[in-house]
Structure formats: C-alpha cells, structure tokens
Design a protein around this ligand. Sequence first.
Ligand code: ADP
Ligand code: MG
Length: 246
Amino acid sequence: MIGLTNIEKRFGDNLVLKGVTVTIAEGSVTALVGPSGGGKSTLLRCINLLEIPTSGTVRIGDETLEFHPGGKVPARDIQRLRLQTGMVFQNFQLFPHRTAIENVMEGLVTVLKWPTERARERARALLEKVGMEHKADAWPATLSGGQQQRVAIARALAPSPKVLLCDEPTSALDPELAQEVVDVLGKLASEGTTMVMATHDLRLASKIAQEVVFLDAGVIVEKGPAAVLFGNPEHQRTKRFIATLK
Ligand code: ADP
Ligand code: MG
C-alpha cells in the first residue's frame, strides 16, 4: 500500500539516498534503523514530501507521484499525497501558543476546513486514545515530554492518514517517559495503524515492528522480520550496528 521505488535524494553533491526501494504493507509497522547520517530522516521526509525526491516513485494507497531530476511536480499533487501521511518528530514540535486540543484541531480546521466543533470532537476522541484527554486545555510547556509526544501523535492522526511516520519518537525522552510513548505506539500498532519509524530504540522496534530495514549511507543493506534482523542478521555491517544498540 506504500511503495517507494528507486528513491534518490541529492543535496548538492551529496547523494543521500542511493536508490531506495521498499514496500510497506497496510497495517504493518516498519522500523528504520542504522547509523546517524545514514538517511533515515531524509527517507521519512521523502515519504511525506517535506523533501522532494530527486528521482523515484512514491506511492501511498491510490496516489502515485513520479519524480525526475529537474522535473516539477505540481504543489497540489504534493499536498494531496502529504495529506495521506502524519508525522511525529523527535522534538514534538507542538505549536507553543495553542493548547493540547487546539494543536490536534489545527490541521483539521486550517487545512481541511472542518467546522470547529466537529474538529474539537475528533481531537477530543484522539486525545482520549493517547490518554491525554485530562490535559486537553493545557499549554504544551506545562506538559512532560512524554505527554507532549502523545499530543503530537494525536495531532498526526487527526486527518486519518494512511501512514504514521515517526522520526525517533522516543529519542528525546527519559526511559520512563519513552515507555508511555512506546505503549501508545504499541496500542496504535495493535489497532492496525500503518507506521514507519526511524528509531534507535531496540525496545520500541522489537516490541512493535514486524519489519526492520537497515539503512546505511543511503542504501538498504538488509531488511527482514524484526526477530531475524535483530537476532541473526546476515551482513557484517548489520551485525556490528545491532551490537552497538544492545
Ligand atoms: P539520519 O536520520 O539517518 O541520521 P539524515 O537523513 O538526517 O540521516 O541525513 C542523511 C544525510 O543527509 C546527512 O549527510 C545529512 O547531512 C544530509 N542532509 C539531511 N538533510 C539535509 C539538508 N536539508 N541539506 C543538506 N544535507 C542534508
Ligand atoms: Mg534522523
């Protein structure tokens, strides 16, 4: 249901993704692991088109866009595909001058033009799903990191995206606060939310990912079921990297 075919991304002379092809099944969780600078964030950003791939094809559900060097893809096509995705960032990135519930409502009201009351209802239901309904009217600065991330997850889910993209969702959190985010993501996964997440968190990846992709220097070195990739990887590079996480 999500297909990336031969994705290349170049920043100036730096070819950061060197032809990445990966298929993500509906309802599955894929973990992207690999050394810093390997291209995990760039790959996630190429799925929601925060970065425009230099070349390759991005497919999400029924929407497919092809990219060519020097080619121009219309902004409205990019917007349509981006609306199929929700993104969660390492540092939460909530709007500081909006309450928790307003953060969740924001995209529904401003982008999708939902009536305020309908947006508020959906936002409340999503806050409940992530266990944050009691903080609906709180300002982000008064929330713990784990609570902020849970609100950010609710915000990302608001437009009912086909895929939830998470970039190191627990990296900025102490273990205890990371655990509450792992629990929420685990619950979403068990409900069938399709997810792709970059993470260094072995606990997170082994708990909820079926498929693990090891990305190093812009190339997929190895991919497979979590148990195989973490337990018995084929390639030396993967072995060495996994050992550093344990
Ligand atoms: P990871 O998330 O695996 O740590 P990134 O995708 O952040 O890797 O980075 C991959 C490479 O792309 C790095 O060399 C980084 O410097 C480069 N890069 C990422 N974003 C940009 C950008 N906006 N401009 C230039 N180079 C970038
Ligand atoms: Mg990154």
